[in-house]
Write a protein that binds this ligand. Structure first.
Ligand code: PRP
Ligand code: GUN
Ligand code: MG
Length: 180
């Protein structure tokens, strides 16, 4: 049903799951002696976070932050809006931010500065996708799943006008679906 709207699959479900297991193993080693606060950035990070945490064999606490800067557009407004803040204090905590994609870098730049201001002990970023060509601010993730080309991708948490988040793979939509 949804597949009819897809022009090309960029990363298959199998490739995602293999990468998630790899990242989980690295995080397991890096956080073995810690109790990090893993912060999922809603809504996009939900599927990735859900799969990733099951592959991390260490103590982790979960929390969520809902921020939005795209609305229904495919270009960042540049203004990051907090829709839902954390329930937990980050002060003195090892923070691990879990994201689906870094594009302009503005969302994560905003969150990293916020958590520094709130006195987190350490801040690391794990992102499934990185689109370096989109970068507008200097921002690097500590753990990256895949690099993606300069295209608006959907699936596995990533939406176009709130649709396609439930696809199990990452793809590009047919031209006629986008209204730009
Ligand atoms: O690096 P950036 O240019 O800031 O883009 C990345 C952010 O944009 C998307 O979220 P969005 O704000 O669309 O909200 P959503 O997660 O609810 O879809 C995505 O999930 C990242 O959080
Ligand atoms: N769906 C989607 N959301 C984004 N937010 C920032 N970049 C992207 C992208 O390529 N696709
Ligand atoms: Mg997001």
């Amino acid at each position: 049903m949804l597949q009819k709207d897809i022009e090309e699959v960029l990363i298959t479900e199998e490739q995602i799951q293999e990468k998630v297991a790899e990242l989980g193993a690295v995080l397991t080693a890096d956080y073995q002696d810690k109790f990090p606060l893993a912060i999922g950035v809603l809504k996009g990070a939900l599927p990735f976070m859900s799969d990733l945490i099951k592959r991390v064999d260490a103590y982790i606490e979960l929390d969520f932050m809902d921020v939005s800067s795209y609305g229904n557009a495919t270009v960042s407004s540049g203004e990051v809006k907090i829709v839902k803040d954390l329930n937990t204090s980050v002060e003195g905590r090892d923070v691990l931010i879990i994201e689906d994609i870094i594009d302009s870098g503005k969302t994560l730049n905003y969150l990293v500065e916020l958590f520094k201001y709130r006195k987190a002990k350490s801040i690391k970023i794990v992102t499934l996708l990185d689109k370096p060509t989109g970068r507008k601010v200097d921002l690097k993730a500590d753990y990256v799943g895949f690099l993606v080309p300069d295209a608006f991708v959907v699936g596995y948490g990533l939406d176009y006008a709130e649709k396609y988040r439930n696809l199990p793979y990452i793809g590009v939509l047919k031209k006629e679906i986008y209204s730009f």
